[in-house]
Design a protein around this ligand. Structure first.
Ligand SMILES: NC(=O)c1ccc[n+]([C@@H]2O[C@H](COP(=O)([O-])OP(=O)(O)OC[C@H]3O[C@@H](n4cnc5c(N)ncnc54)[C@H](OP(=O)(O)O)[C@@H]3O)[C@@H](O)[C@H]2O)c1
Length: 288
């Protein structure tokens, strides 16, 4: 059955599709699941602990996750530009096509040349594709490894005083679903997504602190010192090397420009960082 649906994000399209969502319990993936369901898609929510068991590192889980899917949203962990990502994601995307998947989206990162080979592997897999290059997620400050520091009153991070156009993970998810449901409109496109405002990490943390009604300091460090601290926490040396290289490129100021991607795809402005901060502060996210 084919239905035409308009969902909360204001997008229309043909939505008789079953979509495999990888990273489905993550910051973006969880919201892709919600947005896709709101758009009327049948969703297979996949991760190592998800409803559909899927592990990038265990190829025996791949075919079972893909079976029955017409489309797939790919989010590669630990990072879209990590060593080996292009080979693994490319192999997965080709298997997806073999098993009948016709539409692929890839969650990629803005200003990350390390991710370009992964993007290219998806473009060459044989499906209609959309690459979604996102800026830094606002939700990095409310979910995941940086939350402990924020709650503890100090964010130590190697971002100096660079400007970053923080994007709300809900907007990234809405764009992914608009691409999946938008027919050919966004096929063969690499979309550049930012929030509506440039902020330094110091300013972002200050906005959080003001809304949370407490002191939270931003402590910039070098990428090398940050890497040394990660190594002390037991992150494997190869991963630390990659992260140091990633921070030294991605956080060198190259992302200090806004883009029109969200407006073009969704026909509205991206959510402002202040909206995210207000909602999370009232939910108590940054309480001690
Ligand atoms: N953070 C940013 O600002 C940013 C910006 C642009 C692009 N990106 C890209 O976005 C992706 C991360 O997305 P996110 O921040 O939404 O994720 P996240 O919040 O870090 O969550 C990770 C998700 O991936 C799953 N996962 C972890 N390891 C896995 C594995 N080996 N096999 C299968 N699933 C696995 C996790 O669930 P289980 O634990 O249940 O497996 C979870 O659903 C990365 O590719 C990153 O490069 C990030």
């Amino acid at each position: 059955m084919t239905t035409n649906t308009a969902n909360a994000a204001g997008m229309t399209g043909t939505t008789n599709m079953t979509v495999l969502v990888t990273g489905a319990t993550g910051r973006v993936g969880r919201r892709v699941v919600e947005s896709a369901e709101a758009a009327g898609l049948a969703v297979r929510a996949a991760s190592r602990s998800g409803a559909v068991r899927f592990d990038w590192a265990d190829r025996s889980t791949w075919a079972g996750a893909l079976r029955g899917a017409d489309a797939a949203h790919l989010a590669y962990l630990p990072d879209v530009g990590a060593p080996g990502a292009a080979d693994t994601v490319g192999a997965f995307a080709r298997l997806a096509v073999e098993l009948g998947v016709r539409r692929l989206t890839l969650l990629s990162a803005r200003g990350e040349p390390q991710a370009h080979a992964t993007e290219q592997a998806v473009r060459e897999a044989g499906a209609r594709w959309t690459v979604v290059r996102a800026a830094w997620f606002a939700q990095n400050l409310s979910e995941g490894p940086l939350l402990d520091g924020m709650r503890g009153g100090e964010l130590v991070f190697p971002a100096g005083e660079v400007l970053e156009p923080f994007i709300d993970a809900r907007d990234v998810a809405d764009v992914v679903v608009a691409a999946l449901t938008g027919g050919d409109r966004f096929a063969g496109r690499t979309l550049d997504l930012t929030g509506p405002r440039l902020l330094t990490f110091r300013q972002a943390v200050a906005e959080v602190a003001a809304a949370a009604g407490r002191e939270i300091a931003y402590v910039p460090v070098s990428a090398r010192d940050y890497g040394a601290a990660l190594a002390e926490f037991g992150i494997p040396a190869q991963e630390v090397e990659f992260l140091v290289d990633l921070f030294e490129t991605n956080l060198d100021g190259r992302n200090g420009e806004l883009s029109e991607g969200v407006r073009e795809v969704l026909g509205r402005d991206p959510r402002d960082f202040a909206d995210f901060v207000r909602e999370e502060a009232s939910a108590g996210t940054w309480k001690k």
